[in-house]
Design a protein. Structure first.
Lengths: 130, 120
């Protein structure tokens, strides 16, 4: 990628990527997933947001013609390269136990281009402080 | 450990509407078979809202609603949401469908057996 002052980066300089979104229960799974992604795959282009969700298979009582009360859910988003996508998808699936009832769902979408992201070198690590 | 069952014929519908229309949108989609929805609130500034008093932009709270639906249902659900949100009127909001390469979630054992997919 060329970043000299005279030639600004163009969209074609940035690679095709994948976005993986997963909706998880609000029980700390999102933090566990983010920690695993950073430790095992070095992923830092990721985050978590709080949403309201209505589950697929949840049994809830509600009046006819009315919606049930939504649950608080965490949506984790991850941006990764194409060749990392399979491993990351599987890592999230295993860590969040998506194959169990009530554990949420995940999906992968194409991204036509994505800029790189690096943290400054002098920021101390959250766990070790080093 | 069971293998991942990838769901591939799915689409993602995103809909940005006024808060008061969000329930109508959710009910319309649910009546047509959409079973999972996520929503969150956002603040938007419409392009014409600077025409308010003193020319100051007026904050407007909108609801972003997302549905994961099967590909063969996407057109009917999209049209039902369009009608429920009254998107043919100016300023009501907008919506779009985006591609999903694959999805995964819990698939009940009865469904796995019925489809002879990854029976445990």
């Amino acid at each position: 990628m060329s970043t000299t002052p005279n030639s600004a980066p163009r969209r074609s300089d940035f690679p095709v990527c994948k976005a993986i979104y997963c909706s998880l229960p609000d029980d700390g799974t999102d933090k566990r997933v983010l920690v695993e992604l950073r430790k095992k795959q070095g992923i830092i282009r990721a985050g978590s947001a709080t949403l309201r969700g209505i589950g697929v298979l949840a049994e809830v009582k509600t009046k006819r013609g009315k919606l049930p009360e939504p649950d608080l859910v965490k949506q984790v988003y991850v941006i990764c390269s194409e060749d990392q996508a399979d491993e990351i998808f599987e890592l999230i699936f295993r860590t969040a136990q998506i194959n169990k009832p009530g554990r949420g769902m995940m999906l992968q979408r194409p991204i036509s281009s994505c800029t790189p992201y690096e943290l400054p070198a002098d920021i101390p690590d959250e766990e070790t402080g080093a | 450990m069971s293998e991942i069952i990838y769901l591939t014929d799915v689409a993602f519908i995103t809909c940005i509407v006024d808060k008061e229309r969000s329930e109508a949108v959710l009910l319309a989609a649910r009546d047509l078979g959409a079973r999972a929805a996520f929503s969150h609130t956002v603040q938007g500034w419409g392009i014409r809202e600077r025409l308010g008093a003193w020319g100051v932009a007026v904050e407007t709270e909108k609801e972003v609603i997302e549905f994961l639906v099967s590909s063969d249902q996407q057109d009917v659900i999209f049209e039902a949401i369009y009608q429920a949100a009254e998107m043919d009127a100016p300023g009501r909001g907008f919506m779009f469908i985006s591609a999903v390469e694959r999805a995964a979630t819990y698939v009940p054992e009865a469904v796995r057996k019925q489809l002879a997919v990854n029976p445990e």
